[in-house]
Design a protein around this ligand. Structure first.
Ligand code: AMP
Length: 437
């Protein structure tokens, strides 16, 4: 199917062509006609599927068809959880809406509000916003939502994870009775389903690439490696010329900064992006990475969700995520829009549980590759299970008094970690000289 069969106006078709898209992605094919008709939509789609254009194109068309008298009213509100996503969606509206009448504006926290307020006061039809800053500006009387015709709730499951669901409900209450709602979510936890039932009226349901099916174009494999050697393996992998650029995921903010320092010692420049960084630092890091100036970006899940990085060759899970769904989102940063990509995961002895959860979700065992840093530590560092009273230290009695003889001589039970997967065929890689840290 071609874009011109979707009922889009020539100006949009021209802009789509300039963006380099030859045909609509499945989510666009299914969603665009419903939005043009004015129907509510419940979209279950992971990022990287072309979801933004699926709502942005018909919104631009619907607004342009009935232009407002001035640009003083917000007619379309797009609510999204992170600042980076907000910026990305805004950029897409600008790209797709060239030479068209609707104007877009973006607001998010972490930066001063004045520039955003100035932009708003010049007039906007489409407002892309994060919930916090939107509520701030509403409370100051600088934004009203009673003229909104189309409301888009993007990444609803992430809103839930980030604790924004109440804010979303509060914002939705300020919308006029009659409006169109589009709700997108990669997963449908119960609370998101409840929210969808409350916000949507007779929605058309569009389901593309559920979260349990990562993009097929991604080559996925893993290494068993001790925690202490992850930095060495990472530096080694990053020196491979096949790694054009890499997005590396760490579980913690502190971990991100530490990885940047470790890589620096190995002669590799990297930048970090996470919630403790100022918005300026986040923007600079992201633009240096996107422009190729710094080809390694270290990120936490919160900062990296939904990022669209053109031509990302590698995603590396330095730490496995606590929630298996995050694995799908992470690796979905590569292999986007028909390109191929590689996703490599590190697993230390403490992460076997997370690995099992990921493999259950994706439905197959990740092929194991072998490196010069095999997993040698098979003792989990997590606190051992509480030792039963019968195994209490032998020189203290139940009242805490010293006793001369041990009450029990049998040893305390030891955790018996296994190394699942090592029996599977492994692919050996050879360390090149000079990659040590
Ligand atoms: P999204 O899921 O909206 O973040 O989009 C992921 C990537 O796909 C972005 O880089 C878009 O520019 C790109 N994209 C969106 N629609 C198409 C299309 N029809 N053909 C090719 N690339 C597309």
């Amino acid at each position: 199917m071609a874009f011109d069969q979707l009922g889009l106006v020539p100006a949009l078709l021209h802009n789509i062509k300039s963006a380099g898209y030859s045909e609509p992605t499945p989510i666009q094919r299914e969603t665009i006609p419903y939005v043009l008709e004015g129907r509510d939509v419940l979209g279950c789609a992971q990022t990287g599927t072309g979801k933004t254009a699926a709502f942005a194109l018909p919104i631009l068309q619907n607004l342009a068809r009935h232009p407002g008298a001035s640009h003083s009213d917000v007619r379309a509100l797009i609510l999204t959880p992170t600042r980076e996503l907000a910026q990305q969606i805004y950029d897409n509206f600008v790209l797709y809406g060239q030479h068209m009448t609707p104007r877009a504006c973006v607001i998010f926290g972490g930066v001063g509000q004045q520039n955003q307020v100035d932009a708003l006061q010049k007039g906007t039809d489409i407002l892309v916003a994060c919930p916090g800053r939107l509520q701030d500006l509403m409370n100051q009387g600088l934004i009203r939502l009673d003229t909104v015709e189309i409301f888009v709730l993007d990444e609803a499951d992430r809103m839930l994870d980030m604790g924004f669901i109440r804010d979303v409900r509060r914002i939705a209450e300020k919308l006029p009775e009659k409006h169109q709602t589009l709700l997108f979510s990669a997963t449908m936890p119960e609370e998101v389903e409840k929210l969808a039932m409350d916000l949507l009226k007779d929605p058309a349901e569009v389901k593309v690439d559920p979260v349990s099916s990562p993009v097929k174009a991604i080559d996925q494999y893993m290494f068993y490696v001790d925690k202490a050697n992850k930095k060495r393996l990472l530096a080694f992998l990053l020196k491979d010329p096949a790694v054009e650029n890499a997005l590396v995921f760490s579980r913690t903010k502190y971990g991100c900064d530490r990885i940047v320092r470790d890589l620096k010692k190995a002669g590799i420049e990297a930048v970090a992006i996470h919630g403790d960084k100022s918005q300026g630092a986040r923007t600079t890091a992201l633009s240096r990475f996107k422009s190729g100036d710094c080809p390694v970006l270290i990120a936490t899940d919160i900062a990296a969700r939904g990022l669209d990085i053109e031509g990302l060759s590698h995603v590396i899970n330095y730490d496995l995520p606590m929630e298996p769904e995050a694995y799908i989102h992470r690796i979905g940063r590569t292999g986007r829009a028909g390109r191929t990509g590689t996703a490599i995961s590190f697993c230390c002895i403490d992460e076997l549980k997370q690995l099992g959860q990921v493999e259950k979700l994706i439905g197959f065992r990740l092929p194991v590759h072998e490196s010069d840093w095999p997993m040698e530590n098979t003792t989990p560092s997590v606190p051992a299970k509480k030792v039963p009273t019968s195994y209490r230290p032998t020189n203290v009695n139940m009242r805490g008094e010293a006793v001369s003889k041990p009450r029990h001589t049998s040893p305390a039970p030891q955790a018996k970690p296994t190394r699942p997967g090592l029996a599977k065929p492994v692919q050996r890689i050879n360390r090149r000289k000079g990659s040590g840290m």
